[in-house]
Structures are given as structure tokens and as C-alpha cells.
Design a protein around this ligand. Structure first.
Ligand SMILES: [Zn+2]
Ligand SMILES: [Zn+2]
Length: 408
């Protein structure tokens, strides 16, 4: 079994991996509308020799396996494939052909990487001790996300551990990073509507000024973070939008709408902030004679990387990926629906750095000029390959009952 060299096979396949990435990049589709993308992945998997490909899993995902002939665990790899509603400004030769839609998060890269792993492993199916489940996930970028519905559809029921990766630009190419335990935040969203009473700007006494009340709400709610939260816990509360009035200098607005986001790691802190936003908004508005309505929407939960599996990827990457460095990185406040997978089964979500200052790849994710160094596709493939080698190519002892049944 040790004669298999997945890394060198991925290297040979690299030009094709780049081609697949560029096709996906040129033909992006927004979350929940990835019809052509799904068809493309399906056709590729067929071409590689996959016969049983489950479609529409949890709404729009695709799932297939390589099933080794020998006994062993089932390891799942996930790649997301949706794009964003952004007008691309990269000027790349394979720029998006779909106006207003762009692969600006690197999901084209995640999918191409996983396709390359699927192709290489299919050729060694009979040599594997165990199975690899390939999970191609739709709609990562938009709530409620494809991850949740795929997990609810039971996609991890037969899985022992699950792994996923995200490209990271503009962090310079040449590093793979990991973060043990909480790595990415729970991302919630809220809209607060404040109803006052409009009127003439010269006669505030006969009005309930929605702008003034909204200002109190913005100010007072900051104390949830600064005074009410346990200071050892991380939490963010940001008001991103304040809309009120119609643009006149001499009219007091009757209504104000505030929008914002809350980011946390600890589930209790998440509950506390939601509760405080509700109760404080109500009391502040009441004190000023206004009424309020809070619409708090829970987004993806915090992403928790299991300790043992994260330590395993650290070891494997350090040992097997000799041309990149492996680093620990701090937790981030961004959200990611791979969190649902890690709530269900042990595993880890790691990062392949993909920026390149010299080539001008310096823009962050979700930017109209976002891009990544395509060599990161190969590094990502090698990461998955090292996990396969660990679980499925090293001899696993068969449990007694299996050996027993084999004798029948
Ligand atoms: Zn994104
Ligand atoms: Zn993403």
C-alpha cells in the first residue's frame, strides 16, 4: 500500500485542477442557485468513474464515496461551491461571465481541490482500508446555509471524522494554518425598528424623535460588550446601518431602522447578548415614548475544531507537507457553516494561505478584486491526501466480529 504516492499524483493532475477552477470561476452562481455548478461537479465525478452520486442532498448538495475493499473508517471531506453577488473587477482572463456574480471567497478553489482528490483516490479505491465520503456543499454564503440542511439530511451519519479547508488570501502563500478549539465565531444578525412620532423640527416637544431614540439605543447597547460581558470572553456588537428620515432638514423622523451583527464564540454569551439587545431596546424606547421591534436572526454557530483531530492535522501537515510551513493562528470573528459539520462529528477546518503580494493577490475575501495563488489548490489537495494516508493507507486491525463474519 505504501507504493501509492498521492501527492505526486496530485502534482501531475495540477494543470487540470487549475482548469476546473478556472471553469468554475468563469461560471459562478449565487447561493441556492448553483444549477450549472452542480451539473459540472456531477459530470466530473462521472468522468472519474463514480457511479453512485447522491444529488440534491439537503437541498442542493452532492455526495459520493470511494469505498475501499479493506476494513477501515469513513472520513468525510467537504468543499463548498457557491459564489457571491459581487461584480468582479479582477481583470483575470477567466473573469466571471455572469454579471454581478463572482467567486470572491475561493469556493471555486475548494471545489477544484476536492475534485482533484476525488479523481486520484478513485484510481486507488481497491487499495484503501476504509472509505472517503466527498461532500460538495451548496450555499455556504447565505443563511440558513447548505451545511445545516446537509447535516440534517444525515450526511454525516456514517462518518467517523470530517475535514474541510478554506483558502486564505491575502495571507501569503506557503503556509497552512490551523486553530484548535473555537476558530470562527457565531455570526448573528439583527434589525431594530424604532417607531416614534414625526413632526416639525422646530417643535420636538410634540414629537417622539426616532433619531434621538435610535442614538440612545446605539450608545447604550455598547455597554453589553464593555460592561455586561465577561471580559475574558470575545464578543462583537456592530451597528452597520442606521436609516431614518427622508432627507429634510426640518422634519423629525417618525421611524428609525438599525441593522447590525453580533459575533461570539461562547453559547452562553451569545444568549446573553441576544437577551440584552431585546430587553434594553425595549426599555430605552419605552423611556422615550417610542415603541420597538427587534428581529434577531441566529446565523451559523461558532466553529469548534476538535482538539485531537486538529492536533492530528498539525502533525500530518508538518510531517508530509515539506514545502510549506504549518502555523497556529488565532480565532477569527468571521462565520462559516462548516460549524454544523463539527457540531455533529469530530474533525477540523484548516486554512491554506493563498495570497501573493508580488502577483498583486492582496485583496481580502468578498472583495471585487479577490483572487488566490492557484498553487494553493495543490497544497490543499496534499493536505487531504495526508489525512487519507493516515486513516486509510496505514494498516487498520479488523475488529473480531468482522473477521468472524468473513469466515462464514
Ligand atoms: Zn465567504
Ligand atoms: Zn468561504
Amino acid at each position: 500500500m505504501t507504493d501509492i504516492n498521492l501527492a505526486s499524483e496530485l502534482e501531475k493532475l495540477f494543470p487540470q485542477t487549475v482548469e476546473w477552477r478556472r471553469y468554475l470561476h468563469e461560471n459562478p452562481e449565487p447561493s441556492f442557485e448553483e444549477w450549472n455548478t452542480r451539473h459540472y461537479i456531477y459530470e466530473k465525478l462521472k468522468e472519474f468513474g463514480y457511479e453512485d452520486i447522491e444529488q440534491d442532498v439537503g437541498g442542493g448538495g452532492l455526495v459520493t464515496y470511494v469505498r475501499g475493499e479493506k476494513f477501515g473508517p469513513t472520513i468525510a471531506f467537504r468543499a463548498d461551491f457557491d459564489a457571491l453577488r459581487i461584480q468582479e473587477e479582477t481583470g483575470l482572463p477567466f473573469t466571471s461571465k455572469n454579471p454581478g456574480v463572482m467567486h470572491a471567497c475561493g469556493h471555486d478553489g475548494h471545489t477544484a481541490t476536492l475534485l482533484s482528490v476525488a479523481k486520484v483516490l478513485k484510481e486507488h479505491e481497491d487499495q484503501l482500508a476504509g472509505s472517503v465520503k466527498f461532500i460538495f456543499q451548496h450555499a455556504e454564503e447565505v443563511l440558513p446555509g447548505g451545511g445545516k440542511s446537509m447535516v440534517e439530511a444525515g450526511v454525516l451519519n456514517d462518518v467517523d471524522a470530517v475535514y474541510g479547508l478554506h483558502l486564505r488570501s491575502p495571507l501569503e502563500f506557503g503556509t497552512v494554518s490551523y486553530c484548535s478549539e473555537y476558530a470562527m465565531a457565531a455570526a448573528d444578525f439583527f434589525t431594530i425598528t424604532i417607531q416614534g412620532k414625526g413632526g416639525h423640527a422646530a417643535h420636538p416637544n410634540s414629537t417622539v424623535d426616532a433619531v434621538v431614540v435610535a442614538s440612545y439605543v446605539v450608545n447604550q447597547l455598547q455597554s453589553i460588550i464593555s460592561r455586561q460581558k465577561d471580559p475574558t470572553q470575545s464578543g462583537v456588537l456592530t451597528f452597520s446601518t442606521l436609516q431614518a428620515g427622508e432627507g429634510a432638514h426640518n422634519v423629525i423622523a417618525d421611524k428609525a431602522v438599525l441593522k447590525g451583527t453580533v459575533r461570539t464564540f461562547n453559547p452562553e454569551l451569545r444568549n446573553l447578548i441576544e437577551e440584552k439587545i431585546n430587553s434594553m431596546t425595549e426599555s430605552i424606547c419605552k423611556a422615550h415614548g417610542a415603541t420597538s421591534e427587534v428581529n434577531y436572526v441566529r446565523g451559523y454557530p461558532a466553529l469548534y475544531n476538535h482538539k485531537e483531530e486538529t492536533e492530528l492535522v498539525r502533525q500530518l501537515f508538518t510531517e508530509k507537507l515539506t514545502d510549506v510551513s504549518v502555523e497556529s493562528i488565532p480565532m477569527r470573528m468571521g462565520g462559516e457553516d462548516f460549524a454544523y459539520f463539527l457540531q455533529e462529528k469530530p474533525g477540523s477546518f484548516f486554512f491554506v494561505h493563498s495570497g501573493n503580494e508580488e502577483k498583486g493577490i492582496v485583496y481580502p475575501h468578498h472583495h471585487p478584486r479577490f483572487d488566490f495563488d492557484e498553487r494553493a489548490l495543490l497544497v490543499g489537495g496534499k493536505c487531504f491526501a495526508s489525512i487519507v494516508e493516515h486513516y486509510l493507507l496505514e494498516t487498520v486491525a479488523e475488529p473480531a466480529e468482522v473477521q468472524e463474519s468473513l469466515r462464514d
